[in-house]
Design a binder for this molecule. Structure first.
Ligand code: ATP
Ligand code: MG
Length: 350
């Protein structure tokens, strides 16, 4: 069996450092590992429309933003097929058949969807498109026969849903679809990077993000304004590092090298954490280090992005080529699905 990756992001905004550590960095490593036969990276515009249907212009504008973020981080269109979801209409048809294999109560139990419904105040009038997006995600994954889906932790319920649909489909109609597995970041702090406001998840829709495209000044302003431990009032107070986003970001991004360069009085993050927990270490010093680390990490990405943004036509061309290729692969899977379901009535009349 081939090793195939499918992953993607919603063009509901530019990508942020949560995406970077939660999934993008991993994708680039997997892409360059040479262990995968095919890699598909999807700009999930149809999914973004499920909660932005009143603002398609926003989704449109963010398609190239997300594509620029991909290219700037090292996703290489020669090795990975980058495509736009809505151009591959076979995905919608697959979704329609998969909907029969899921119950309403199963969809309502999805913990990620539940949290998002609350955040979006959809509780009393839930758009069907939004509630069923995990089914459309199953279509995205299975259309490419993906074996591996590198994602952040919030996507685990989607992968579980996908596996259930695959098992149900294969049980009813015969072995056709491939069961995917999620690949999570190894570093625990990267599973669900919190927002700069201390909220549980950095999220485009919550406005608590440091974007990959932020200027040096914006990064500094956001880092300096970050939520820390609210009980660490005086420098001498003992502080908490585990629910403190400044330390979680340092966990996700800093290396011993960074300490050598920017804060040589500490050998590593463990020493810095111990000092903060003991008391006697001010938030400003931690934030200054974090700012230096973030600047060093994001500068090369931002510069590449600025270069690429000069030719948006080339970006649209790349997306078109990728989308055409993805469409051919999805069409093949759709025909296998219809054959398995015995609804390929006109197959021999073509
Ligand atoms: P939205 O608020 O519109 O849902 P988002 O910020 O959640 O946007 P998505 O496009 O839904 O971003 O997620 C794309 C991928 O990035 C998924 O694999 C998701 O798990 C991962 N991801 C998103 N936010 C984080 C985060 N804060 N930490 C780690 N991974 C994340
Ligand atoms: Mg999301």
């Amino acid at each position: 069996m081939k090793n195939i990756i499918l992953t993607g992001d919603r063009p509901s905004g530019k990508l942020h450092i949560g995406h970077y550590v939660g999934s993008l960095k991993r994708r680039v490593e997997l892409q360059n590992s040479g262990k995968f036969d095919e890699i598909y990276v999807m700009v999930a515009d149809a999914q973004a429309l499920t909660d932005n249907f009143d603002n398609p212009e926003k989704v449109r504008a963010n398609i190239t933003e997300v594509a620029l973020d991909y290219l700037a981080c090292g996703i290489d269109p020669k090795k990975s097929t980058i495509f736009v979801q809505s151009h591959v209409e076979q995905l919608t048809e697959l979704t329609f058949y998969y909907m029969n294999l899921v119950t309403l109560s199963r969809l309502e139990r999805n913990p990620t969807v539940k949290t998002e419904l609350k955040q979006k105040n959809f509780e009393t009038s839930i758009p069907m498109g939004f509630l069923t997006y995990p089914v459309s995600q199953t279509a995205d994954i299975t259309a490419f026969k993906a074996t591996t889906v590198p994602v952040g932790e919030d996507q685990l319920p989607m992968l579980e849903q996908a596996r259930e649909i695959v098992r149900s489909f294969n049980g009813l109609y015969g072995e056709t679809l491939v069961e995917p597995k999620a690949v999570l970041p190894e570093n625990k702090s990267c599973l669900r990077l919190p927002g700069t406001d201390g909220m549980a998840k950095m999220s485009k829709s919550l406005g608590n993000c440091i974007y990959l495209s932020d200027s040096a000044d914006e990064i500094k302003r956001k880092v300096m304004g970050m939520y820390t431990d609210p009980n660490h009032i005086k420098v001498t107070d003992p502080g908490n590092t585990s629910n403190n986003p400044t330390f979680i970001y340092l966990d996700a991004f800093s290396t011993d090298e960074h300490f050598k360069t920017y804060l040589p009085e500490y050998a590593n993050l463990d020493e810095l954490k111990a000092h903060y927990e003991r008391g006697g270490l001010g938030d400003m010093k931690v934030k200054k280090l974090l700012n230096a680390v973030m600047q060093e990490t994001l500068e090369p990405i931002r510069l590449r992005r600025e270069e690429l943004a000069k030719d948006l036509d080339a970006v649209w061309d790349m997306l078109y080529q990728g989308s055409e290729k993805a469409r051919a692969v999805a069409a093949q899977t759709l025909s296998e699905v219809k054959k398995a379901m015995r609804i390929d009535y006109f197959a021999d009349r073509k």
